[in-house]
Design a protein around this ligand. Structure first.
Ligand code: KG4
Ligand code: ZN
Length: 319
């Protein structure tokens, strides 16, 4: 079964062709980052217009690269929520027009579920599974008893992890989106600044990152006022350690409580090297627990993950 996936929820226009929810035949991603960088964040109106400019071209490229004709497509899957409404509408209209013109079924896909299913490209899922979702807009622990069954165990009460990374990085003077640059700095520094570890309720699965973010911003502002230098590498490293420690502790706690067979990590921050190392080490100490991360190119927004999620949604509905 060949699924054509479409993603346009934020600042990436992407179309992919995926066979049987697994084999990525093409995954064309047009990133608007260079356009938004000068504004220090995504400008919704600009994003919608960029999607309009690129969407047809991205469709054509994806089909060409996969060597697939529209006739050979069995299903269209498109992100419908969450995201910027103007951006989403461009992808939805393009996907629906394609489906209508070629008489194909079209399923709607939740972007976060897409991020979770990016892991399926790497490995089949062993249930019950636990998804740690860490993106620019979401931070959640989600229990999956089976395909397409989701129970949110906890989520952030304020900033998402990626959002905290981007804000901390911006104040450090790093380029947008700053998460990856904070991660790189962190790898060359030492955790020498004292920062809070925010667990809220130690037994619970909710998160909070705005206090930690403010603590970092305070250190930077105070140093500026006093004319003192900041060791950016060490500050990035301290911030990363606080984030990773809480994420790993809560994920492992949930994995044990719900006796899961697999942990899947989803969203842009799944690319974070500190998180990859921290979780790999913690999971290594537990018997019969599998850990998967998507390949780096499937961590951030892409249509391949939407095609995979759409495949499962469609197949489960129709069997
Ligand atoms: O999942 P994603 O592409 O978009 C949303 O659905 O939100 O995630 C983007 C987020 C941004 O905040 C970006 O800074 C962050 O993921 N990110 C990282 C890293 N790579 C991307 N954060 C920390 N370390 C990284 N290596
Ligand atoms: Zn995303």
């Amino acid at each position: 079964m060949i699924v054509l996936g479409v993603e346009s929820s934020c600042d990436e226009t992407s179309v992919a062709l995926v066979r049987d929810g697994k084999e990525v035949l093409s995954n064309v991603v047009y990133s608007q980052i260079d356009t938004h960088r000068i504004f220090g964040g995504v400008v919704p109106e600009v994003a919608s217009r960029e999607h309009v400019r690129k969407v047809t071209y991205v469709f054509e490229e994806a089909l060409k690269e996969a060597n697939i004709t529209p006739k050979e497509v069995d299903l269209v899957a498109v992100t419908t929520t969450p995201g910027l409404i103007g951006s989403l509408l461009v992808g939805i209209n393009a996907a629906k027009a394609f489906a209508l013109a070629h008489n194909k079924p079209c399923v709607d896909v939740n972007h976060i579920i897409g991020h979770i299913y990016a892991n399926y490209i790497e490995s089949d899922f062993a249930f019950p599974a636990l998804a740690l979702v860490v993106s620019g807009g979401h931070t959640e622990l989600v229990l999956m008893k089976d395909h397409y069954q989701f129970q949110v165990l906890g989520q952030t009460l304020d900033d998402a992890v990626g959002e905290a990374y981007d804000k901390v990085g911006r104040v450090m003077g790093l380029d947008y989106p700053a998460g990856v640059f904070v991660d790189r700095l962190a790898q060359t520094g030492e955790s020498s600044y004292k920062l809070p570890l925010v667990y809220l309720d130690k037994e619970g699965y909710n998160f909070s990152f705005s206090g930690l973010k403010s603590a970092v911003l305070n250190i930077i502002n105070k140093a500026k006022m006093k004319g003192e230098a900041i060791n950016k590498e060490n500050l990035a490293s301290s911030f990363q350690e606080s984030v990773v420690t809480v994420l790993v502790d809560k994920t492992i706690h949930a994995a044990i409580e719900y006796n899961v067979k697999q942990i899947v990590v989803a969203g842009g921050v799944a690319a974070n090297q500190g998180l990859r190392k921290g979780l790999t080490k913690a999971v290594g100490e537990i018997d019969n627990l599998k850990l998967t991360f998507p390949k780096m190119r499937y961590c951030t927004d892409n249509a391949a993950m939407i095609a995979v999620a759409g495949y499962f949604k469609f197949v489960l509905k129709t069997i």
